[in-house]
Design a protein around this ligand. Structure first.
Ligand code: MLT
Length: 265
């Protein structure tokens, strides 16, 4: 479905009924990564999956895509649909950075939080430099080299070697992101603030789901979140990489279903 949200047209899918769960994808992806959650969880909750601006079928804009800007787009999308009741927010990786921005601005709109394959800490100097290099690469050569570098980090070695259908699906999703999307995300992530001070103030049930084969976010980051968020529960999926919801959809959905039924619904 397409809807006018602030200065852009946003695409989102909307399935099921009940408490709304807003699923926010990571970089450089789109809402299609949430297909297994739409299929496996929309019998108990209402699932809203937007394409962030510049990704998938949502319009791009020529500016830095700060995590605040994405959070404001998500809140404006809820207003436009309209959804006024409290929601559960689920953010994967960059979607987690957006979730922290959403929490800073709109905590009263949240009934629960699911953070997956993400971190609260800001970029190190080395990561900032790598983001700069990727921006230059997209500007001079397009997105393909960045995709080639990034794709093997998104999936576990096992999926990379033995699941060509999943590898192709993720590549197609990465190709759906505009170059403004890549540059906007990279700049926005590079400039994002440290969300660590926010963690002890989170006063809603929070589920943390991480893959033990994630090459981008370590389990130490997960443990750090778990130690600082008051009402958190940490679940680690063995054999899963960064896109754990796609690689291990059944395990992921079982964990989310259990959290939603015990803590939220
Ligand atoms: C993501 O998956 O959203 C990104 O890998 C996050 C990052 O690069 O920090």
């Amino acid at each position: 479905m397409k809807i006018k949200v602030r200065d852009i047209t946003m695409f989102y899918e909307d399935h099921g009924q009940g408490i709304p769960v807003l699923f926010v994808h990571g970089y450089p992806l789109n809402q299609k990564i949430w297909q297994p959650q739409i299929e496996g969880l929309s019998d108990i909750v209402r699932i809203i999956t937007p394409d962030l601006r510049g990704h998938g079928e949502s319009q791009a804009s020529e500016r830095e895509y700060s995590m605040d800007l994405f959070a404001e787009d998500c809140a404006a999308l809820l207003d436009a649909i309209p959804i006024t009741q409290k929601i559960v927010l689920c953010g994967l990786s960059m979607g987690g950075y957006v979730s922290f921005a959403f929490l800073r601005k709109y905590s009263s709109r949240l009934a629960g939080l699911i953070l997956t394959a993400t971190r609260a800490s800001p970029d190190s100097e080395t990561v900032k430099q790598n983001r700069e290099k990727a921006i230059t690469q997209v500007q001079s050569e397009g997105v393909n080299k960045v995709i080639d570098n990034m794709l093997p980090k998104l999936l576990s070695p096992l999926s990379m070697a033995h699941n060509p259908a999943l590898v192709n699906q993720v590549r197609e999703i990465m190709q759906s992101v505009s170059s403004q999307g890549y540059i906007g995300d990279l700049t926005g992530m590079k400039n994002r603030p440290d969300s660590t001070p926010l963690l002890p103030t989170i006063n809603i049930p929070t589920l943390l789901i991480f893959g033990d084969q994630d090459e981008i976010i370590s389990i130490d980051e997960a443990k750090r979140l778990d130690s600082l968020i008051p009402d958190s529960r940490l679940e680690i999926i063995n054999g899963a990489g960064h896109l754990l919801n796609l690689e291990k959809p059944e395990e992921f959905n079982t964990i989310v279903r259990d959290f939603l039924t015990k803590k939220i619904i």
